[in-house]
Write a protein that binds this ligand. Structure first.
Ligand code: GDP
Ligand code: IMO
Ligand code: MG
Length: 425
């Protein structure tokens, strides 16, 4: 057996949570490999909406193992809230959730540092989710971080104090006002909860699962265009959001990766700052936001909206080694007379079809092709064969352009609004 991966090909919020939940019955283990509470993964079924931040989206299926891998950063405060919300809805997380000892902790001063750093940047801010992601990964690579495994040691409190002392110096440098005493009780309550859960050496466990024929699905967070190396730096997150991040974030060798499901919206959205070549500042952008309810699942911020960007999509496909595509939110495009697709960019007086190095300071103008839209409401469609002809043409167009099959088409937020398409032999 190999581990399959499902990850976002755009700027996040593609609908990863929904599809992981739909695919979970095919797998034994669902594992998160990077990111942390900056993620907001929405699942909807039986009329109820659930938003997960740190916990894998397989958690609602009894008998499936869910693993938070070493590449994830965990905020015990957010984590406890998530666990409590699930318990209230009758999901006993303690039965099937395992946490890597090597995952790093987000401590309250990481959140303060995130806020201080963003405030100091002013107009140039990243538009971070303010969850402490950047500072926590900085401490990880700077070799100052605290790991989940540390909480099992008697010296944890003093390790924590040492790191906090470093952070206080930095916060002083930013001249940032804060009240740490207010934040610490919730943090230590979260630590107590973590101690009640099975902490594991997840790299061994996951490789053992594969050896014993168990099927693993790795769930990405954020999106490929937010990857710290390949995204529009510095307007990125601080982790590796691409397939390679799965190997690092779970301890799986590259040869152990199987299918790579690349998930994208039928259009584009981005939340936070940074370049977005196909962004629409007009009524069409407004219509997409309204119809698609494009407001962040973690921060509630309005998402920026625009047309599908093929050069960026192909870039993400290349970086990830995508084997099949999943198209989300097709229903949102119903009612647009025409649909535009960016096929190339105008850049420094030339027409190009790759993503150039400097996307931040240089102007990138999209070159569009226009396709016919459709009027039919898709929310009730349950069979991919029943989709409107113009949408089938749109699907065919993207398949031709990318050379990959679109095997799942999503037509609404609910589990049931997920259409499986036959993979050509
Ligand atoms: P994730 O971060 O990739 O898991 O995605 P989010 O949950 O942040 O954002 C996706 C949003 O779109 C959520 O509100 C979902 O409920 C919703 N959604 C997912 N698929 C569809 C779809 O096919 N159509 C519509 N209209 N909404 C969808
Ligand atoms: P999911 O998993 C969309 C964006 C932030 C900001 C940048 C850096 O739900 O798709 P960070 O807090 O990571 O330092 O912020 O990345 N961002 C996301 N955008 N979906 C996400 O996660 C995101 N996680 C981070 O808005 O622009
Ligand atoms: Mg999200």
């Amino acid at each position: 057996m190999k581990a399959d991966v499902l990850l976002g090909l755009q700027w996040g919020d593609e609908g990863k949570g929904k599809v992981v939940d739909v695919l979970t019955p095919r797998y034994d283990v669902i594992a998160r490999f990077q990111g942390g509470p900056n993620a907001g993964h929405t699942l909807e079924f039986e009329g109820v909406k659930h938003v997960l931040h740190t916990i894998p989206s397989g958690i609602f299926h009894a008998g499936k193992v869910n693993v938070i891998g070493n590449g994830v950063v965990i905020d015990p405060v957010v984590f406890k809230k998530e666990v409590d919300a699930l318990l209230q809805r009758g999901v006993d997380v303690k039965k099937n959730l395992y946490i890597s000892r090597k995952a790093h902790l987000i401590i309250p001063t990481h959140r303060l540092l995130d806020a201080a750093s963003e405030a100091a940047k002013g107009q140039a801010k990243i538009g971070s989710t303010l969850k402490g992601i950047g500072p926590a990964y900085m401490d990880k690579t700077g070799r100052n971080g605290l790991r989940v495994g540390d909480i099992e040691h008697a010296s944890f409190k003093s390790m924590y104090e040492t790191l906090v002392a470093k952070h206080k110096e930095l916060l002083g440098h930013y001249k940032y006002q804060y009240n740490l005493a207010e934040l610490e009780p919730a943090f230590f309550e979260g630590i107590s909860l973590l101690l009640e859960l099975p902490l594991i050496d997840s790299e061994y466990e996951l490789n053992r699962y594969i050896d014993s024929g168990k099927a693993i699905l790795a769930e990405g967070a954020q999106g490929s265009l937010l990857d710290v190396d390949f995204g529009s730096y510095p307007f990125v997150t601080s982790s590796h959001t691409i397939t390679a991040g799965t190997c690092i974030g779970l301890g799986l060798a590259p040869g152990r990766i199987g299918e790579v499901y690349g998930i994208f919206k039928a259009y584009c959205t981005r939340v936070g700052s940074g370049p977005f070549p196909t962004e629409l500042h007009d009524q069409t952008g407004e219509d997409l936001r309204k119809k698609g309810h494009e407001f962040g699942a973690t921060t509630g911020r309005p998402r920026r909206c625009g047309w599908l960007d093929l050069p960026a999509l192909k870039y993400a496909i290349m970086l990830n080694g995508v084997t099949q595509l999943i198209m989300m939110k097709s229903d949102v495009l119903s009612g647009f007379r025409t649909i535009k697709v960016c096929t190339q960019y105008k850049y420094r007086g030339q027409v190009i079809d790759h993503v150039p190095y400097d996307v931040v300071n240089e102007n990138i103008e999209p070159v569009y092709e226009e396709l016919q839209g459709w009027d039919e409401d898709l929310m009730q469609v349950r069979d991919a064969e029943q989709l409107p002809v113009a949408l089938l043409r749109y699907i065919d167009y993207i398949e031709q352009a990318t050379g990959l099959p679109i095997t799942i088409v999503s037509v609404g937020p609910d589990r049931k609004q997920t259409l499986m398409r036959k993979v050509p032999a």
